[in-house]
Design a protein around this ligand. Structure first.
Ligand code: HEM
Ligand code: SF4
Ligand code: SF4
Length: 526
């Protein structure tokens, strides 16, 4: 499984790089697949409401009402019908790509199983919504879908009476049964909406709206497709005749030809085993995550960690320890994925604090801030060649462990967002290195969702805790790289070293630490 993911991820990121060139990284649709899923859902919902106003839910008039919408009301009804169909197809495309991407990028293990498992339910609901939609048009395709689907359902020993029996002849198809199908086509998408909502409950600031330019472009493409190639019916259903030469919608009905080859039960086994396999993927193999731990003696209740956590894992609760602060941070172990982004946001996680035991308000149990500070001091002591460069990368980004040399040391964090900006100040103002280079996942694709964004904002002074003005920005290099970008990353690193070579060594510029801090100041003024 590891190798499949490794090669698959490389291939996927190559395609993402090509899309970056074509669309720019901000508008790259592959970075907004979940958001595009929501976007298509809303198009389907709005166009569906319009169609429903003119749709006749009776079996004898359903086909005619759809024909009326398609031809008599072409500019509103015809386009709405085509939009309804093409946005539904597009939903399948982005959903499948989103599934593959989350799998390859390994964003499903540990506490992240939640979104994945709900995604498995979403898959079924999307297909059920689409298939029942084809059914109610009551054309030849609907007849085929209705008969094949109901025979397939009948192969399960669940229903007392045969469902397929309804489709033996026009006289056996009751209006009530048909109305039930219309009801299901409305109820299932509503359930889908509810499950989609739960699906994103464990992430903060979920990306549910594509960037405006991407949304407009995609919508315009759907309109053009609707005008050039409008959705049409395939002739009225006639239960006295066997359907032939049916054009299937391969997005929703790719499995239907299997029902011609295998028995209904065999196809249930195939989809059942595939679903169970998907369901359990987050635990194959189980991932051990270290969650964040709050140290109340060092927490002043400033809420920054709760605001920055990408996984809704921190809540602020009334103080329980008698300290003169209103609130304290509480971490939910069930939700914490161990990214460390909260540590990067905590004002007490500063290496300047003069304490034998440096403990921050919030810590990753396997990578405490004190260890980060010791790593800097140790790595710096081993650098013998100028310019001295410390590179921070994240475990999910390109592997740089072989890069270490006499003038360069690589320090790996779970996520680049774990690095408090004060570390950059500490390293440069104390002369531990002449420059610091930050890298991690590719831009727009942070493994822990918000690590890159928060790091950039903290450095630019747009998000607390800010990187101090006094830190010379020319000594900080940043390049976000995908796993297919290792060569570009290396050349960026070389360029940065060349620029550092032209500067004075940091220890000559900053002989003394400019500001001395103590822990009380940090706690009170944060
Ligand atoms: C209608 C279909 C779907 C929609 C609209 C949708 C939407 C979303 C959105 C908006 C996010 C948050 C992305 C972010 O802000 O980082 C997300 C995350 C996710 N989705 Fe989906 N999704 C759909 C189907 C699926 C399916 C079928 C699966 C897999 C079986 C899946 C698995 C995941 C996972 C694993 C995450 C990541 C959560 C994390 O980062 O921890 N989704 N989805
Ligand atoms: S002091 Fe640190 S742990 Fe406490 S609320 Fe602020 S950021 Fe969170
Ligand atoms: S490590 Fe911190 S930021 Fe990351 S999920 Fe856990 S509590 Fe949230």
């Amino acid at each position: 499984m590891g190798k499949v993911k490794q090669y698959g991820r490389y291939a996927f990121e190559r395609v993402e790089s090509l899309f970056d060139v074509a669309f720019g990284s901000e508008h790259n649709p592959l970075y907004h697949l979940g958001a595009l899923g929501w976007f298509f859902y809303w198009i389907v919902a709005v166009s569906g409401i319009y169609l429903y106003i003119f749709f006749d839910t009776g079996v004898s008039r359903a086909y005619e009402s759809v024909e009326y919408l398609t031809y008599e009301q072409w500019y509103a009804g015809g386009v709405a019908r085509s939009l309804h169909r093409y946005a539904s197809d597009a939903l399948i495309i982005v959903m499948m790509l989103h599934l593959v991407r989350e799998f390859l990028m390994d964003r499903l293990r540990g506490p992240r199983w939640f979104s994945w498992v709900l995604g498995t339910a979403i898959l079924w609901l999307v297909f059920a919504s689409g298939i029942t939609g084809y059914w109610i048009v009551w054309d030849k395709l609907a007849q085929y879908v209705a008969i094949v689907s109901s025979e397939w359902l009948d192969s399960l020993p669940l229903f007392g009476q045969s469902i397929a029996r309804n489709f033996l002849h026009d006289s056996t198809l009751s209006g009530r049964f048909f109305t039930l199908m219309v009801f299901i086509h409305i109820a299932v998408p509503l359930i889908l909406l509810f499950v989609m909502w739960i699906h994103i409950q464990r992430v903060t600031r979920p990306d549910v709206n594509p960037p405006r330019a991407l949304g407009i472009t995609v919508f315009a493409m759907l309109i053009i497709l609707s005008l050039v190639y409008p959705a049409e019916s395939q002739g009225p259903a006639d239960l006295s005749r066997v359907t032939s030469n049916i054009g299937l919608d391969w997005f929703y009905m790719a499995l239907y030809p299997l029902l011609d080859i295998f028995s209904g039960m065999t196809v249930w086994w195939i989809v059942g085993v595939a679903t169970v396999f998907l369901f359990f993927l987050p635990w194959m193999p189980r991932k051990k995550t270290f969650s964040a731990v709050v140290d109340l003696d060092n927490c002043n209740g400033c809420e920054r960690c709760a605001n920055d956590c990408p996984f809704n894992a921190i809540s602020m609760q009334p103080r329980s320890d008698g300290h003169p602060y209103l609130k304290e941070a509480v971490v939910s172990v069930k939700k914490c994925v161990g990214c460390g982004i909260c540590v990067g946001s905590c004002p007490t996680a500063t290496p300047f604090r003069r304490r034998s035991a440096l403990i921050a308000g919030i810590e990753l149990s396997d990578k405490p801030v004190m260890q980060l500070r010791e790593q800097v001091i140790r790595a710096s002591a081993a650098l013998t060649e100028s310019p001295k460069l410390l590179v921070y990368n994240c475990a999910a980004g390109p592997n740089l462990t072989t890069l270490t040399g006499p003038g360069l040391a690589v320090l790996t964090l779970p996520c680049i967002g774990q690095l408090p900006p004060s570390f950059l100040d500490f390293i440069i103002s104390r002369g531990y290195a002449d420059g610091v280079f930050l890298t991690g996942c590719r831009a727009g694709s942070c493994h822990y969702r918000l690590g890159i964004e928060w790091t950039e904002q903290r450095i630019k002074g747009q998000r607390d805790p800010y990187l101090r003005e006094r830190v010379p920005r020319e000594r900080i290099g940043i390049f976000w790289a995908g796993v297919d970008h290792t060569n570009v990353l290396l050349s960026q690193l070389n360029d940065f070293r060349e620029r550092l070579r032209k500067l004075q060594p940091a220890h000559k510029v900053h002989k003394q630490p400019a500001v001395k801090e103590d822990e009380d100041k940090v706690l009170d003024h944060a």
